[in-house]
Write a protein that binds this ligand. Structure first.
Ligand code: GTP
Length: 239
């Protein structure tokens, strides 16, 4: 299979790492996801990963906790996930560097854009942890920001649901999945692809977002090779 993209950001939600459990890290699930990320990398694609932290702690759900503090707690959760992913990928022989937006240099490298790009050019996977380092910004926004910074061609947003629907498919069996959407459609219809900050950043920088399900982890390779699964959010919906 021939990949359609040279450099991508894979956005993994924290929940994806929990597997059947609703909390924490499921090693078998992580191993399966990482095996597919390795297959994707073996196609010659440069891959950076942005990981969420919702399987451990999500800032906006931190009831009774000051929002900024809760967001910092969520950022720390993403570091735990990043280290778990690094460990799993390295055990498969894949070179990985973790970079954190909040400096904690005993744990991982600090985020340095040019260094991240060099790592990618050298065939390493780079995992961006601790979000943007700022409260009130989601890991989806991190994915959009890092994609713009490192010149990624697309964001592959791996979710539990296999695309973007007009209503919640778990609640409404008639829910219809979109094949393609424009950024402005997502914003106007209030679709829950990403938060509006993240979508706006993608729109302003013309970064397409491919939303797909991770139930079959081989979907990562499929979307990279241009197979039409899930939903693509982009500027021009006619081409
Ligand atoms: P090159 O410059 O291409 O040699 O990249 P490299 O990442 O192999 O070299 P470097 O000597 O920078 O890093 C060696 C190892 O140390 C890698 O696993 C890095 O992730 C890690 N490392 C580098 N800088 C830091 C840091 O500030 N903190 C921590 N914890 N690890 C670091």
């Amino acid at each position: 299979m021939k990949p359609k993209y040279n450099r991508v950001i894979i956005k993994l939600s924290g929940e994806a790492l929990a597997g059947e459990k609703s909390f924490g890290i499921d090693p078998a699930t992580i191993a399966e996801i990482c095996k597919n990320i390795k297959d994707a990398k073996d196609l010659g694609v440069e891959i950076a990963i942005v990981v969420g932290g919702g399987n451990i702690f999500r800032g906006r759900d931190g009831e009774g906790i000051d929002r900024a503090t809760a967001d910092y707690m969520g950022m720390l959760a993403t570091v735990i996930n990043a280290l778990a992913l690094q460990d799993a990928l390295e055990s498969m022989g894949v070179p990985v560097r973790v970079q954190t937006a909040i400096e904690m240099k005993e744990v991982a490298e600090p985020y340095i854009r040019r260094k991240a790009m060099r790592h990618l050019e050298k065939g390493r996977i780079v995992i961006f942890a601790s979000g943007t380092g700022n409260p009130y910004f989601s890991t989806d926004t991190t994915a959009a920001l890092r994609a713009a910074e490192i010149d990624a061609e697309v964001i592959l947003s791996a979710k539990k649901v296999d695309g973007v629907y007009d209503s919640d498919p778990k609640v409404n069996p008639e829910a219809k999945r979109f094949d393609v959407l424009s950024y402005i459609d997502v914003l106007n219809k209030g679709l829950k692809v990403m938060d509006s900050t993240a979508i706006s950043l993608c729109m302003d920088n013309n970064i397409p977002v491919l939303v797909f399900g991770l139930e079959q982890p081989e979907n990562i390779v499929k979307v990279l090779c241009g197979e039409n699964i899930g939903t693509i959010v982009k500027e021009d919906t006619h081409d």
